[in-house]
Design a protein around this ligand. Structure first.
Ligand code: UD1
Ligand code: M6R
Length: 371
């Protein structure tokens, strides 16, 4: 079943152009006589009005599914105008945090069976919120227990480390944002640009997968390290968290995703000539802020690996002091789908080089059905 690949994680990383195509199939519409571009989410069409009118949207999940929701949060807020808050499922339940009838609670889960997420679902339901599922598994407990939802249709994911489900989850939640904004004339140009880039996404992911050899070389350089920091912000704060989660869970190397805006509030103290740091600085509204983060890290002789948009390397570091991971450009809200791919590849190669089990990392289970 692994075909030409050595591991499921590797296969699932390389499958992403296809899994994204399946996620999008029948849901994004372009052309026809009216030349209209729109999104159809069959499972939500009768509920969009209710979601638009809700007081807030609460994204709830664990691990990678939480990170995917975090990546989609800005575009959901932008296009729906509804405030979005984030909850790690266990923390919502621990706090018995406030959930109201006027809330839309969105449960994100690849397996649809995660105990903490299920418990949060029961909790939100008992408080009267509209409960929406974003799941990969048809017939799973979360798919059945939610009032409505969307299947991400990424195909079965076997590796314990979630890869293709992450990119498909972001794609679906971005489509949710487009569907919620569908009634707004003022955002039409923005929405159409996103839809256009959706159609290019599989080929752009194919392009970024060509960094495989480069990521193997980088893994070779980093394999003996104790720790790896990843800085991101805006749409790519999630990329930093998710990249670090992959590195720690499969390569068993300490890694921390850090919001770049928090750098001076503590993490900067860690920076020296030895600690490797990846900075995600692809082209979006936060670019100039990331440029200044890079300058400040360089001033402290940080060992930098900069992820940037193709062609931007000279404007970020001309001295030759940084390594670069150059990725293709897409609309800002879709960029996290591209940017995670090199980090998935890096985590994969680090794991193989360090001699650890790729598909079944120490102490972990694919779906966490107990608390
Ligand atoms: C559905 C069919 C798909 C078919 C398409 C044709 C299923 C599972 N999907 O896809 O095979 O090609 O119509 O139009 O039969 N739901 C939840 N919670 C979740 C996920 C989904 O309640 O977490 C519900 C949805 O509200 C919906 C149903 O499950 O009622 C199916 O969802 P989804 O597969 O996303 O719908 P379509 O994309 O329309
Ligand atoms: O099946 P779920 O999406 O609910 O799983 C949530 C987490 O357990 C999961 O994403 C976990 O963090 C992965 N092993 C990460 O790769």
């Amino acid at each position: 079943k692994k075909g030409k690949y050595d591991h499921y994680m590797q296969k699932e990383i390389h499958e992403q152009p296809d899994s994204l195509t399946t996620t999008m199939r029948g849901r994004l519409i372009r052309g026809g006589e009216s030349k209209m571009k729109s999104v159809v989410l069959g499972g939500l069409k009768d509920h969009l009005r209710t979601i638009r009118r809700s007081r807030r949207i609460v994204f709830i999940g664990c691990g990678t599914s939480y990170n995917a929701a975090l990546a989609a949060r800005p575009i959901v807020e932008e296009l729906s105008g509804v405030p979005v808050t984030m909850e790690l499922a266990s923390d919502l339940v621990d706090r018995q945090g406030p959930i109201y009838r006027e809330d839309t609670a969105v449960f994100v889960s690849q397996s649809g069976e995660t105990a903490d997420t299920l418990q949060a679902l029961e909790y939100a339901k008992s408080h009267g919120a509209l409960c929406v599922g974003i799941t990969n598994t048809v017939g799973s407990a979360i798919a059945r227990g939610t009032h409505c939802g969307v299947h991400i249709n990424a195909g079965c994911e076997i590796g314990v480390a979630s890869t293709k489900a992450y990119t498909s989850q972001i794609a679906v939640m971005t489509m949710l944002a487009l569907a919620l904004g569908d009634d707004s004339i003022s955002s039409r140009i923005r929405r159409e640009a996103i839809i256009d880039d959706f159609f290019d996404l599989p080929s752009k992911v194919r392009e970024v997968l060509k960094l495989d050899i480069e990521m193997k070389e980088l893994a070779n350089l980093l394999m003996e390290e104790q720790s790896l920091l990843i800085f991101g912000r805006g749409y790519n704060y999630a990329t930093a968290l998710e990249g670090a989660l992959k590195v720690k869970e499969v390569a068993l190397m300490h890694s921390e995703g850090i919001l770049a805006g928090e750098m001076k509030h503590g993490p900067l103290a860690l920076v020296d000539e030895t600690l490797p740091i990846i900075v995600v600085a692809t082209c979006d509204a936060t670019f100039s802020k990331q440029q200044s983060v890079i300058q400040q890290l360089k001033a402290r002789k940080g060992r930098l690996i900069v992820m940037c948009t193709k062609g931007d390397a000279p404007s970020l570091c001309s001295s030759g002091a940084c390594r670069f991971i150059e990725v293709p450009h897409v609309e800002d809200c879709l960029q996290p789908i591209i940017n995670i791919v090199p980090l998935q590849l890096l985590a994969y190669h680090l794991t193989v080089l360090r001699g650890y089990n790729v598909d079944q990392p120490r102490n972990l289970a694919k779906s966490v059905t107990t608390q």
